[in-house]
Design a protein around this ligand. Structure first.
Ligand code: SAM
Length: 332
């Protein structure tokens, strides 16, 4: 059985937010230092419940990929033990496992993640200047994060992906520095368009489109497009003369909704059919699990919910007024 929406999109990629708490306060993600995570542990899905839902999506709905995100997924207690158990499900169902992290809590442990079965590691890093990094995140962690990136490359993540959210006037003057610094390594710098969430004070004049970012890269580096998978969100480019690659994620200026194969589960167990959806008519796994719903009933609810997925998300100005959305709760 497969999870197919009204526009015939087949879904096989599940992104799970392990927590809505984060140890960073990035200016573009949580600008008001909103205290999220106040919900308390009993309001989050337990690890056992998350394992049940991974098994359900893999065994019953033919899902192939799972990515953990947050908040910061690694602030959750016992998460390394949880990854060991996920490793067993990975083997059983042939899943690909991904993790998106700010990297702050894996210094000295990156190889362990690889051994436990994490296939794809995305590390967020928005500045290469210590003061700017601190200003953006609230933490003085840049030197250690650069060591974590070295560790990830040594551990064999192929490639290590670096997520850089580009905001005009904040870090757009570092675009070339990012490419220069990582171009000769097995590292894929991914420039991400700044997305509005209502809660993050997005402004059009802070926005740089992927074309503008690419044009800046091309002032110094020749790029050749690479063929990407049909559900890829990134536009990938080889840097001519170097082993590295750069990518652009154009969620706003050129959305990729028509090939979207992703669904999400927020930390409190809400099934979300789109990063930008409002959560209406969506399913809550915590409630279903705790009220004793059977797998068949849950799948029925999911199939109904997926039919509410819109063809494409609205434009940036509309999204910026959607005050009920918060990236830390949904999971990026
Ligand atoms: N804490 C983890 C991290 O820092 O990677 C995982 C969660 S974070 C919400 C996931 C990704 O979303 C990060 O790469 C972050 O930079 C990105 N992100 C957050 N807010 C964003 C925004 N408004 N526009 C674009 N990307 C954003």
């Amino acid at each position: 059985m497969e999870l197919i929406d009204s526009f015939n999109r087949k879904h096989d990629y599940l992104r799970i937010s392990l927590t809505d708490r984060c140890n960073y306060n990035c200016v573009y993600c949580n600008p008001n230092h909103r205290t999220v995570g106040g919900k308390g542990r009993e309001n989050l899905l337990s690890f056992e419940e998350i394992e049940r839902l991974i098994e359900l999506f893999a065994a019953k709905l033919n899902f192939k990929k799972v990515r953990f995100t947050g908040g910061e997924p690694l602030v959750r207690k016992d998460v390394f033990n949880f990854f060991s158990r996920v490793g067993i499900l990975k083997q059983k169902y042939g899943l690909k496992i991904g993790l998106t992290t700010n990297g702050s809590l894996i210094y000295g442990r990156v190889n362990e993640l690889k051994l436990k079965g994490v296939d794809n590691l995305n590390i967020s890093i928005d500045s290469l200047k210590p003061d700017k990094f601190k200003w953006i995140t609230g933490k003085d962690d840049l030197p250690r994060l650069l060591k974590v990136i070295d560790e990830a490359e040594k551990a064999g993540f192929n490639p290590v992906k670096l997520n850089v959210v580009v905001i005009k006037g904040i870090n757009d003057n570092e675009i070339l520095d990012f490419v220069e610094r990582f171009k000769d390594r097995n590292i894929n710098v991914r420039f991400i368009e700044f997305m509005p969430f209502g809660s993050n004070e997005w402004e059009r004049n802070g926005f740089l489109s992927f074309r503008e970012i690419k044009e800046i890269v091309e002032r110094k580096f020749a790029l050749a497009p690479l063929i990407t998978g049909e559900n890829a969100v990134a536009k990938d480019f080889k840097i001519l003369g170097s082993p590295g690659r750069v990518s652009f994620i154009s969620s706003i200026s050129e959305h990729f909704c028509s090939t979207c194969n992703r669904v999400r589960i927020s930390a409190d167990g809400t099934f979300r059919v789109c990063l930008f959806s409002r959560g209406e008519q969506e399913v809550n796994f915590k409630e279903l699990f705790r009220s004793g719903a059977s797998d068949r009933e849950i799948i029925e609810a999911l199939r109904k919910a997926i039919l509410t997925k819109w063809e494409k998300h609205p434009g940036a100005e509309t999204l910026s007024k959607q005050i009920q959305n918060n990236m830390m709760e949904i999971g990026g």
